[in-house]
Write a protein that binds this ligand. Structure first.
Ligand SMILES: [Zn+2]
Length: 555
């Protein structure tokens, strides 16, 4: 029996030669979820050697791999599963955010102003204040007021301020920042953007949306490489503490890519990253890949990332019908259809993977049509187009994801956040196919989950809670907001593990606990399949392991 099993392991993973090998690490006493199905976890153990999974089995089988130098981790009944992969982050921005002013939960304009004043007090004159992630939807008023520069000028006289809304689709500049950028009443509004102005004088009031944000953003100094490296290091420590072992970094800059490479060289990376550079730079990305390759299993150029529209929160998502609370206005396109076609076609012909942001139903339909026409023109290939967010879909678009193997790369936390106010913005009919997790899975879409950090919290367990319960953050939907679209724990975990591996062409390397794959493993303090749904968000990470190394432990 023992010999037969060894033979089986040798056939499954001939390079590993599991028989007779000693493990570097064994994780015992847990409930093991391998990630190969959406079924429940089973009692078991995992053996790791040379940074890879050596074997998964029951405790007795795995005990054979224990030698004198094997480290033993005790899971104590908790869940042992593949590390969480986050399919959509702005990872290094997240690291900057960890040290930036926090406006996310400023519940009133007065609190918003107080926090900026306090933060400015600790800075040198001339230093910029960025980040922030404010949310005016928390404030009283119908509609809630957008912040204005005259609210904050007196508390930030010596520091340019350019703080963004949490969705990243609009930002508030103070007068110092507007001056530094040379923006005046006479500045022309860039297409695909908006400058909120005084109706009488045309003077900017402080809010810049989408493509207009660059008018101010480009005046802010670029962080130095050292600052970027420390932001990345902060982000890595945060990710490790949350069990995140891989991510796709969307809309990354070349400077971000260089930071990953520096930390990899220094042996400081504790997560695998696929970097998606801007779509309109596809030629430079293709040249870089042709010159030096895509990278390795730690840092890879995943492809390119573009935008169709904006966000529902900023009313810049593109819909077929107008917003329900904004007469006649149906959102905007950040780029023309022709531009998008040319860029996506160019990137695809260069063999790059293409990921594009689409939120509104019309943005999604338009993007799927472009993907179809590019695929038809260039012929069959394993291209794995990605739609980032895929938030509002008409019923007829849903089956197209499964049929064409297009990845809906979605963020469940957004559902319980946006669910607080989306019904008033888009009405009762369109919300039925908003964050349509259940229907996408039913139509066999290759679903991948993530957070959109720093737009939303990085914690994947909050995402698990959100997708399973769909309970909005305001507590007003205890049975779930649009409950038809709830999915099971196993389905959510698949989207957070294998789903992201597939979406980045890494499914043979990680995303499941299978002999030969990288030992990227997380151990939780409880079995997610056994805790009540409302408690899912409170489950804690006990160990995070990447490439066989324990990179986080919570004793
Ligand atoms: Zn994003």
């Amino acid at each position: 029996m023992r010999r037969a099993r060894c033979a089986v392991i040798a056939i499954v993973a001939p390079l590993i030669l599991a028989c007779g090998r000693r493990a570097d690490l064994v994780i015992t006493g847990g409930m093991v979820w391998t990630g190969l199905s959406t079924g429940r976890a089973q009692p078991g153990a995992v053996a790791v050697a040379n940074g890879r999974i050596l074997a998964v089995g029951d405790s007795a089988e795995i005990a054979r791999f224990v030698g004198p130098r094997t480290a033993i981790l005790r899971a104590a009944g908790g869940l042992v599963m593949p590390g969480f992969a986050d399919g959509h982050t702005h990872f290094i921005d997240g690291g900057f955010q960890l040290a930036a002013v926090n406006l996310r939960d400023a519940a009133t304009p007065a609190e918003f102003i107080r926090r900026l004043k306090e933060h400015a007090g600790g800075l040198k004159p001339g230093e910029w204040i960025t980040g922030g992630d404010w949310d005016h939807e928390l404030w009283r008023g119908t509609p809630p007021p957008l912040p204005r520069r005259d609210w904050i000028d007196s508390v930030t006289p010596h520091n340019p301020v350019f703080v963004n809304r949490l969705d990243g689709h609009m930002a508030l500049a103070n007068t110092a920042a507007i001056r530094a950028a040379g923006v005046t009443a006479g500045t022309v509004t860039p297409s695909g953007g908006e400058i909120v102005r005084d109706p009488a004088t045309g003077e900017p009031l402080g809010i810049f949306k989408d493509q207009a944000m660059a008018l101010i953003g480009r005046a802010a100094p670029e962080p130095s490489p050292e600052q970027r490296d420390s932001a990345l290091a902060r982000a890595l420590a945060h990710a490790a503490s949350l069990g995140v072992t891989a991510t796709a970094h969307m809309s990354a800059s070349w400077a971000d890519l260089a930071a990953y490479q520096r930390l990899k060289q220094a042996g400081r990376l504790t997560l695998r990253v696929a970097v998606y550079l801007p779509l309109d730079q596809w030629r430079a990305v293709a040249e870089s890949v042709a010159r030096t390759g895509q990278g390795d299993d730690w840092v890879r150029i995943g492809g390119v990332k573009g935008y169709v529209d904006g966000s529902a929160g900023s009313r810049t998502a593109l819909f077929f019908e107008p917003f329900s609370d904004s007469a006649g206005y149906a959102g905007l396109m950040q780029h023309s259809d022709a531009e998008l076609r040319a860029w996506i076609g160019g990137a695809d012909s260069a063999g790059l993977q293409v990921a594009v942001h689409a939120i509104g139903d019309r943005a999604n339909a338009l993007l799927l049509a472009i993907f179809d026409s590019v695929a038809r023109a260039h012929g069959a290939r394993d291209r794995r187009f990605r739609v980032e967010h895929a938030q509002h879909l008409r019923t007829r678009e849903i089956p197209r994801f499964g049929a064409r193997r297009v990845v809906p790369s979605m963020q469940p936390y957004h559902a319980i956040d946006d669910g607080r106010w989306l019904a008033k913005r888009i009405g009762p009919v369109r919300i039925r196919t908003t964050y349509a997790f259940r229907w996408l899975i039913a139509s066999d879409a290759p679903l991948a989950f993530g957070s959109d950090w720093s737009v939303a919290p990085l914690d994947p367990l909050l995402g698990v809670y959100a997708a399973v319960t769909r309970r909005t953050l305001d507590g007003r939907h205890p049975g779930g907001w649009v409950p038809d679209q709830k999915i099971s724990v196993g389905e959510v975990l698949r989207a957070y593990t294998y789903g992201n591996a597939w979406a980045t062409f890494m499914e043979q390397k990680w995303g499941a606990l299978v002999a030969g794959r990288y030992a990227d493993v997380v151990v939780l303090d409880r079995d997610l399949f056994a805790v009540p749904p409302e408690s899912l968000g409170g489950v804690k990470v006990r160990y995070t392991i990447v490439g066989g190394n324990v990179v986080y432990k919570n004793p």
